[in-house]
Ligand binder design. Sequence first.
Ligand code: ASP
Length: 317
Amino acid sequence: MSKITIAIHGGAGTILKSMLTPELEIRYNQGLQDALDAGYKVLEQNGSAVDAVAKAVCTLEDNELFNAGKGAVFTKKGVNEMDAAIMDGSNLGAGGVAGVRNIKNPVLLAREIMLHSGHVLLSGNGAKEFALNRGIEQAPDDYFFSKYRYDQWIEIRDSDYYQLDHFEDKLKGMAHEEKKFGTVGCVALDLQGHLAAATSTGGMTNKRYGRIGDSPIPGLGTYANDATCAISCTGHGELFIRAVVAYDVSCLMEYKGLSLKEACQIVVKEKLVRIGGEGGLIAVDHLGNYDLCFNSEGMYRGVKTSDGENRVAIYKD
Ligand code: ASP
């Protein structure tokens, strides 16, 4: 029997204590803790790492505070288009979905793609058709509507600018408690020693041309391999794609023999910083070691292990 470890994130970026009211901070911490507990419970009952990360990510997708599922940001056209992925470290199984609308829990569609589509990555209308055929739960446009997300988009919709959910400069004029942050992700090690990772996002506010980020693509924003680690990223997707972030961490472990922590530090604090890639990642290895690593002001994050560790955090330690 292996040790159990689960870690989650709810997005990284310019997240400062001065931006959150005490009430909002409590709500974020509670949202993170609820997701950790939900995923941990699956692991405790000898469930698989895949089921645990799916459960934790669903919990975050259902929480409108985070930029995924219900809380997804608006595109240039004023709609919500979501990306998600899941990966099973025991067999390198992977499923990703990009640019889908009206799917209540995109991570569940990603898992269905991994298990039943014969493909790895589906997008747009084809993904929607597959979801309908497989009975994946749909939700109407107004389920995804939030005035705060809408206001974020209104601020920049007439510009060519698109932004990370966690950037402050274009959000002037909105009360602090109205700002919301957070692509979501989870990594886990189960009792059988298997690893899994999942990530889900609405992407970047005002994105267009069917823009796809790093989150749904195995090896970029999401990766799991029992031989090395499980990773879920959050940050400026274009830069994370160019740096092949998640797989690079795994490669540094596999081919260079680095520890999880060393590999994460090199990729997040050196490689990404060199190209201006703001963000972070959560990672767990096959021994249950973990790292919650970011080069931004903050990252919504949490970890729970069978060694008794259980904590959530938002700002730099
Ligand atoms: N990485 C995500 C994307 O570029 C955004 C985020 O992590 O907040 O779509």
